[in-house]
Design a protein around this ligand. Structure first.
Ligand SMILES: Nc1ncnc2c1ncn2[C@@H]1O[C@H](COP(=O)(O)OP(=O)(O)OP(=O)(O)O)[C@@H](O)[C@H]1O
Ligand SMILES: [Mg+2]
Length: 483
């Protein structure tokens, strides 16, 4: 069968070549007639049908999901008869997945019907000489089958392959932490917009120290969202949700994001806005993200001067005359403008809830900030950032979670004193955690708790001094105003 197929294909290739070459020698009037009839003969002789599945289709900006599903399907179902295989480690590097290397062919049988799969690469379209050969090659899979089986193959078999491939993908799924590559690396050998490593953050909602009721509310909110596919479709909203996490440093904002990803089993995309050149790059990055993911923009107030743009313009108007005259400040300004990101507030808003934001679905967008008041109200209005979560200084309840995690204790005689101190002291969970962590084998729970008591007393003292100073300033102000 195999020899027969190869012989048929090669003789057809020769016939095609000759036909294309000599077609021009036919008089123009009969050329169409000859071509039509030649194709009829070829179709009659060649009983095989071919379907190609390309990694990229020209109209689409995104990699084809079907291509990846086929790749996964072929990697498990048919690799035993391929001889050149590629290996890839998945799931905590415990197991290896094999897939077909380029130009390899394998067979598969479906309901007693034999089909052939071949993997291939298309040479680059452009004639430019690349430093990394293969950079612009486009991969594809070709499915060959007998024309008698067309109906069953195009309908049932392809569907079976895609479904199985996706199932296996879910099973082998290793969660990833992505970060965006600078756009100069988007083309060429490392042609990916997102670089990734395995996501292995140990933070969970159990280890997160915060108010229990608030924690439960956030967990329920997340679970409701992740199960809400049909509901979002019913109400006509894109299946995404925005969270704003704000609070002082070390209060667990980043830990909360990791806990969310671990709870829902989502990938995390850490978006670094400062390396993105403009709004269209931002949109391209979003299109390349997969579903079941959390897109994070940390310290949104520092990432971009989103809030200052309007103010800057006004200042510019005022100072323009002076600045333009001074050649040094003019050059400096030009350099700043060149290197700076041109992502704008409206570009960011578009990504969050414009038409493009609905591509793919099942995405959570999280902004974190230390200064919520600095943000533009348009950015954080409900609907864009659906839920605002304040991560605040440690309270006694949060301390108990940390004590359980760090020291394995539920109670201690020092707990009463610590509870009292927490009323006035302002310490971040990160600082409390640091005091509670034994620094050597000799340090027992007593030592750690005592260290915390000292830190809390110092913090209380500091808070008292600060409020006294503030009160003094107020009274002084009052005197000045009255005077
Ligand atoms: N609420 C918390 N529960 C448990 N651990 C916490 C909590 N907050 C902080 N920590 C501990 O402190 C460390 C720093 O916390 P994290 O990075 O989450 O703070 P952050 O709010 O993101 O700070 P920043 O604003 O500086 O980014 C964490 O590694 C964690 O161990
Ligand atoms: Mg952080």
């Amino acid at each position: 069968m195999w020899t027969e197929l190869s012989a048929t294909i090669s003789s057809l290739a020769v016939a095609f070549f000759m036909f294309e070459k000599y077609l021009n020698y036919f008089p123009y009037t009969i050329r169409g007639y000859v071509e039509r009839n030649f194709r009829k003969v070829v179709n009659f002789v060649n009983p095989y049908v071919e379907i190609s599945f390309h990694e990229f289709t020209s109209e689409r900006l995104k990699r084809s999901d079907a291509f990846f599903a086929i790749q996964t399907y072929l990697s498990t179902s048919t690799t035993e008869n391929a001889r050149r295989l590629k290996a890839d480690a998945v799931k905590d590097s415990q197991s290896v997945v094999l897939s077909m290397d380029a130009n390899e062919e394998v067979t598969d049988v479906f309901n007693g019907i034999k089909v052939w799969w071949a993997s291939g690469k298309m040479p680059p379209q452009s004639k430019s000489i690349s430093l990394f050969p293969g950079s612009e090659e486009k991969r594809y899979y070709k499915l060959t089958f007998h024309k008698h089986d067309r109906e069953i193959i195009t309908k049932s078999y392809v569907e079976h392959v895609l479904k199985k491939g996706k199932e296996i993908e879910v099973k082998n799924r290793q969660r990833m932490l992505y970060t965006n590559n600078p756009s100069k690396d988007w083309h060429g050998w490392k042609a990916t917009k997102w670089g990734n490593i395995v996501f292995e953050h140990p933070s969970t909602f159990d280890t997160l120290a915060m108010d229990t009721a608030k924690k439960e509310e956030i967990k329920k909110d997340l679970i409701k969202f992740s199960k809400g596919k049909d509901y979002y479709a019913k109400i006509g909203k894109a299946w995404k949700r925005g969270y704003l996490l704000y609070g002082p440093p070390g209060t667990g904002k980043s830990s909360m994001i990791a806990a969310m990803a671990n709870l829902l089993d989502y990938d995390v995309y850490d978006l670094e806005l400062t390396t993105i050149k403009d709004n269209s790059e931002l949109r391209m990055l979003l299109i390349e993200t997969k579903g079941k993911s959390i897109i994070v923009i940390e310290d949104i107030d520092c990432s971009l001067d989103l809030t200052g743009q309007r103010k800057k313009r006004k200042e510019k108007d005022d100072d323009e005359a002076d600045k333009e005259k001074d050649p040094i400040s003019k050059k400096k300004k030009e350099a700043e403008e060149e290197s700076g990101s041109k992502v704008t507030l409206s570009g960011l808003l578009n990504v969050i809830d414009g038409i493009w934001s609905a591509c793919g679905g099942e995405r959570i967008i999280i902004f974190t900030t230390n200064y919520v008041d600095k943000l533009d109200p348009a950015l954080i209005r409900r609907g864009r950032m659906d839920k605002h979560i304040e991560m605040s200084y440690c309270c006694f309840e949060a301390f108990k979670v940390l004590a359980r995690n760090y020291l394995d204790i539920e109670s201690h005689e020092l707990f009463g004193k610590i509870e009292e101190l927490f009323v006035e002291a302002k310490m971040s969970p990160a600082d409390v955690a640091d005091s509670l962590m034994p620094k050597s084998d000799e340090q027992d729970e007593e030592t750690c708790l005592k260290r915390l008591v000292e830190a809390l007393e110092a913090s209380k003292e500091e808070a008292r001094k600060k409020s006294e100073e503030e009160a003094l300033l107020k009274t002084k102000d009052g005197v000045v105003t009255e005077g």
